[in-house]
Ligand binder design. Structure first.
Ligand code: SF4
Length: 195
């Protein structure tokens, strides 16, 4: 498969692959797509701070939208407008909640800013929740995924050291790449981020 073309396609529809450790990847569904080539920096709106004033949408309507369900702005298309319009929109935000972030950070931030189902007991305590500090949550989750990837890697190494020649041959025919396809499973088992 042409990985670089696949990466561009995924980004164009809002999917990003985040790498943790050497061979471990998580496919995260963000919320923004990309116009044009992928760039090192991306725009992210901290919806916890956004006051829904529409300034950014006014200046760069092909990049930002106002989400009617939340009343907050978010990035719909990375670099949907020319750089001048984008700069004006960032500078015009009265609460400075539009950030330039590294492209690698974007998917986790966008994922975490979307409300997730809350664990509860019976009909009590259920609903939706999202982190109070999305940057801190992304940092914590990123660290946890990296540790998980390292544990998986060392488990594989231990298994390799203990395997028989027949098992080694069988393993050689299989991919050792660990793909954590379902991000929601990680979310389900993940605790302690909400502050
Ligand atoms: S300018 Fe800032 S506060 Fe206003 S809608 Fe855009 S992101 Fe929200």
């Amino acid at each position: 498969m042409a990985e670089d073309l696949r990466t561009k396609y995924d980004a164009s529809i809002g999917h990003m692959t985040v790498q943790f450790g050497t061979n471990n990847y998580v496919n995260v569904k963000g919320s923004s797509s990309w116009k044009g080539p992928l760039r090192p920096q991306a725009l992210f709106v901290d919806e916890n701070a956004c006051i829904g004033c529409r300034e950014c949408v006014h200046h760069a309507s092909n990049t930002f939208i106002l989400d009617k369900s939340t009343g907050c702005a978010r990035v719909r298309t990375q670099y949907g407008d020319d750089e001048q319009k984008i700069e004006v929109s960032v500078e015009s935000c009265p609460v400075n909640c539009i950030y330039w972030v590294d492209r690698e950070e974007l998917a986790l931030l966008e994922f975490l800013t979307q409300p997730q189902p809350k664990q509860g007991y019976g009909v009590y305590g259920q609903g939706w929740e999202k982190p109070a500090n999305v940057f801190m949550a992304a940092k914590t989750l990123s660290k946890q995924l990296r540790q998980q990837a390292e544990n998986n890697h060392s488990n594989v190494r231990t298994a390799v050291e203990e395997e028989t020649p027949a098992q080694a041959e069988a393993r050689a025919n299989a991919s050792l790449k660990i793909k954590m396809e379902s991000f929601s499973k990680i979310w389900d088992s993940w605790n302690g981020i909400f502050g």
